[in-house]
Write a protein that binds this ligand. Sequence first.
Ligand SMILES: Nc1nc2c(ncn2[C@@H]2O[C@H](COP(=O)(O)OP(=O)(O)OP(=O)(O)O)[C@@H](O)[C@H]2O)c(=O)[nH]1
Ligand SMILES: [Mg+2]
Length: 417
Amino acid sequence: MIETSAEKERFVLAAVVNSVSGEAEVNLKELALLIETGGNEAVAELIQKREAAHPGHYLGKGKLEELKALIERTGADAVVTDDELSASQRAAMEKALDVAVLDRTLIILDIFAKRASTAEGKAQVELAQYRHRLSHLIGLGASLSRLGGGIGARGPGESKLETDRRHIRTRIAQLNSELKDIASRRELLRENRNKTGLPVVSMVGYTNAGKSTLMNSLTGAGVLAEDKLFATLDTTTRAVSLPGGGKALFIDTVGFIRKLPHHLIQAFRATLDELRYSDILLHVVDAANPDCGDQMKVVYETLDILGCKGKPIITAFNKTDLPVSFTPPDSVARAGINISALTGGNKDALLSQIEKITRDLRKKNTLFIPYTEGRWVKLIHDRCEISHEEHTPEGAVIEAYLDDELAGRLKAYVVDH
Ligand SMILES: Nc1nc2c(ncn2[C@@H]2O[C@H](COP(=O)(O)OP(=O)(O)OP(=O)(O)O)[C@@H](O)[C@H]2O)c(=O)[nH]1
Ligand SMILES: [Mg+2]
């Protein structure tokens, strides 16, 4: 079990923005939520409008002094910046402010460390933490000793990390080989899954959009769903019956967020690869969140990074039991469907639409199966959507949507292409 510090740390948030829009407020609100999720508290915030972050100390000199006064006034324990800091920026800020300085990346890594529960999840987070530390060795040491067992120190332990690069490199190599084993096990699972011939639908979306709630509502999977960021880190796969009689496998996995640390994306590659291998992406959007338009963009960008361009996407505008106001930003989203994962509202319409797309991925075949080969009829019923079926004295005539694998096995019975 990974240790958590019992005492709440009190943080002041700081952000640099180059525009006048409300972007910084939204970002800081999200950062405050991340901090609460990690069991700590955001007590004040400071935003600086600036062309770009100061290369030396993130905020400009004047703002840095303002920040120092704010820290003294609020008695905060540390500062958290909305952007990832370089080692030297962090060191300069700590020198100027005389408190620990953390950044968004460390906060997200910390939440992931707390949430990871499977061997794969833990190894992935640990790998991301070590890679991050290796790239930030200078400067982190001071933060860690200041915050004791708190954020940034959790996970890989505190065995003189800042001085022991070799130790970190060895551990990274170990983790890499552990994850390689896990990845090959995953590949095996994927191969077995392919043999079932069922279409695979992966749920994607911003964290807290309602993916796990939808998974539970569709399958009764009992996945943890809560009003917290990154409630889900590990994937769950379940079969779902579609209205036309077919079936699909649904996968629930880790959510996305703005500025998702690249070390995490890399380390979670095996988990996130599931998205690339799925047939359809089901994009769950929290339509009740005023920020949902930007959240959708973040999801699109992350999918691009993961090599999922061109996958069929269905957009599910979730939480429509609450007041919503959004304009779908693109044509894919305009074809989306309003649902409520919580009340089950419009669930069948969503499943029908998914079935329609899976149907497009398959070919319609007419088969004649003699009664002596009755086992095939059962298999077709178990796996496929059937558009027509009649029974003649010699056997069953079935019109069904077949995946490639089953079409190959039933070649001898196809009567019409
Ligand atoms: N009102 C309302 N709340 C919902 C709905 N769907 C989900 N929620 C709530 O939204 C919160 C997040 O739901 P989750 O299902 O955990 O979200 P998720 O997308 O799996 O989030 P991560 O695993 O953190 O990425 C929970 O408090 C849910 O009860 C909905 O249709 N309506
Ligand atoms: Mg979830």
